[in-house]
Design a protein around this ligand. Structure first.
Ligand code: DX5
Ligand code: ZN
Length: 220
């Protein structure tokens, strides 16, 4: 398998210095910038929209991995791509036609991802595997950083690793929620190749980012 990639979730960054935080994790070895978009409806929290994504886009050349926890999601796809999103990941529950939403993302010029909540079966991603560049397994209930890893999701990662390998397609398998140097090891063993981490990357401030990212990779 290719090298494990680390995608810091800026949900745990200092929002007063968001551009600098993005540049700091990029310099510290991040592979993607994971942006959590929440609407206070699909998940019980509110974060940022396309304007803020556009404002921080210039801070790095790294791909922006934008995780949309909003419903309905379709009306915002073009805005996030225009703001600079490279990967747009949506939840099956965020609209009536997941397959069509994924096609729409790709047609608009971004990579498309599908994200599964802990209670959402792997099969939801398997049915649309032909349309995706990334599958995201949530290992917490989405809405907040700093929650405890739900270990039952490791089985879902294993199931999806097999499905992706069988497909023969180049699809990233990402895990998000409660990922730290310890849980990262189990996620990679189960088949994940992109690790999202918020609190584990941003703890200790900018001097710690490189070591924190290395620990996630090394733990892997
Ligand atoms: C949760 C978000 C995550 C979150 C992860 O809804 O999707 O990306 O920021 O935070 P940690 O790594 O602290 O669990
Ligand atoms: Zn996320």
């Amino acid at each position: 398998m290719s090298r494990v990639r680390v995608a810091p979730s800026i949900l745990s960054a200092d929002f007063a210095r968001l551009g600098e935080e993005v540049a700091a994790v990029a310099a510290a070895g991040a592979d993607f910038i994971h942006v959590d978009v929440m609407d206070g409806h699909f998940v019980p929290n509110l974060t940022i929209g396309p304007m803020a994504v556009k404002a921080i886009r210039g801070a790095t050349k790294l791909p922006f991995d934008v995780h949309l926890m909003i419903a309905p999601v379709d009306p915002f796809i073009d805005d996030f791509i225009a703001a600079g999103a490279d990967i747009l990941t949506v939840h099956p529950e965020a609209g009536p036609h997941l397959h069509r939403t994924l096609q729409r993302i790709k047609k608009a010029g971004a990579k498309a991802g599908v994200s599964l909540n802990p209670a959402t079966p792997a099969q939801f991603a398997v049915e649309v595997l032909d349309e995706v560049d990334l599958v995201l397994v949530m290992s917490v209930n989405p809405g907040f950083g700093g929650q405890k890893f739900i270990a039952s999701q490791l089985r879902k990662i294993e199931t999806l690793r097999r499905a992706i390998d069988d497909s023969g397609r180049d699809i990233m398998l990402e895990v998000d929620g409660g990922v730290n140097a310890q849980t990262a090891r189990a996620c990679v063993a189960a088949g994940a190749d992109v690790l999202v981490a918020g609190s584990a990357v941003f703890s200790g401030g900018p001097q710690s980012y490189a070591a924190n990212i290395a620990a996630l990779r090394g733990g892997a």
